[in-house]
Design a protein around this ligand. Sequence first.
Ligand code: GBH
Length: 479
Amino acid sequence: GNADYRDSGLDFPADFLFGSATASYQIEGAATEDGRGPSIWDTFSHTPGKVWNGDTGDVADDHYHRFDEDLDLMKSLGLEAYRFSIAWPRIQPTGRGEANEAGLAFYERLVDGLISRGIRPIATLYHWDLPQALEDEGGWTNRATAYAFADYARIVGERLGDRIEVWTTLNEPWCSAYLGYGSGAHAPGIMDGASALAAVHHLNLAHGLAITALQEVVTNDPGFSITLNLHVIRPVGESGAEAARRIDGLANRVFLGPLLHGEYPADVIEDTKDVTDWAFVHEGDTAIIKQPISVLGVNYYSTVTVQMWDGVSERVNADGHKDMGGSPWPGSRDVEFLAQDGPYTEMGWNIDPSGLEELLVSLHDEFPDLPLMVTENGAAFDDVLTQEADGPAVHDIDRTDYLRRHFTAAHRAMQRGVDLRGYQVWSLLDNFEWGYGYSKRFGIVRVDFDTLERLPKDSAKWYSELIRTRSLPETPAAY
Ligand code: GBH
């Protein structure tokens, strides 16, 4: 289902927000400056063997010092929105107590720089950089972290709550919980199913408490949201439906349930009863979690394909993450993740824009009154820097093609009735790609990690044209 997602000439509505996204630890650098405390990603990336090549976010794109230049770049590309995240340890170095003025001032300069250039700020409060001091007390397995998060949200809301367009509480709590505490592939690197599920709940709780805190302090009329990386699941064979139910429960419904329906799915609690008794869910918690949100953020990259292990045959890629030590799917050792049809990006993720159309349409069917925003979509490819007569260039036709196919898919979803408000391309800049360090490039703008120079790739020029004309431009065929 790929060849048919190559349309050009499709129009997007005048109020559709075209933008691009980044995250604090992935771009800022300046890890010890102006009072910033250490986060779990500083600890993790400085632990030998955790990140490719020993890479860290110490310098990253040095955006902390170059944000003005980056704002000019956004403006020159014509971005209408910019989705960034705020580093909690810049605001509260130990995750609690007094606000660090220098940290607040940095984000204030960034936001004012956006607004003065006519770019709408979409602020995420948590994109994985938990203050290390809170991790030392159990991190997301500790209920108190959810309450600390609400205090942090209030501090930021008090300062910036008159000028943010959309507030997002958490980015991809699936990753924070299951990769952070289950598989151990992300910070803090814990491998324990019960901890992962406790983290799921405390992240959900943190979201609800933070929305409540923000609503009390903001003075404009912003949107409130959370961003999820919902899984599009393709079942295979007779056992596929059961496997899909299990993975849908752990990946999707364990978040959507409490957030939007006000309860945890009973089948997920049953599926995981050998892992945890769910005693971390207290009376009244689901009511705290189910706060009204005005838009749901959707991050989409690829799909997964599953079946159940029959108990006899040799196991195929159980857990889908053999290389990681722990499992990101608590209680699901009997679910097998199958290889998927290509093409693939440099991450090894399959390219399937129909998954995005499907995901948006199914969310709209389940929650017809909830507007959606694509808060991340993009691709890592092996970029080649070439020297042309008029200077260096990156002809990243594969990334451009990926983006065009996915914008086409989003457009189709809109034609099918989905209320899609905007699209934030991941990512503005090549950056620190978590466990892969600087080995994977997602940017529409190249960053030279020695000189830190920025160079818009062809995909950035293509995207500028889309934003300028609000109509999908032609792209030469890549495959
Ligand atoms: C996002 O995470 C992050 O928000 C962002 O910071 C990051 O840089 C970006 O994407 C690129 O990675 O292993 O077959 O189950 C995305 C994380 C991507 C995790 C897809 C799960 C499923 C592939 N997700 N992945 S599979």
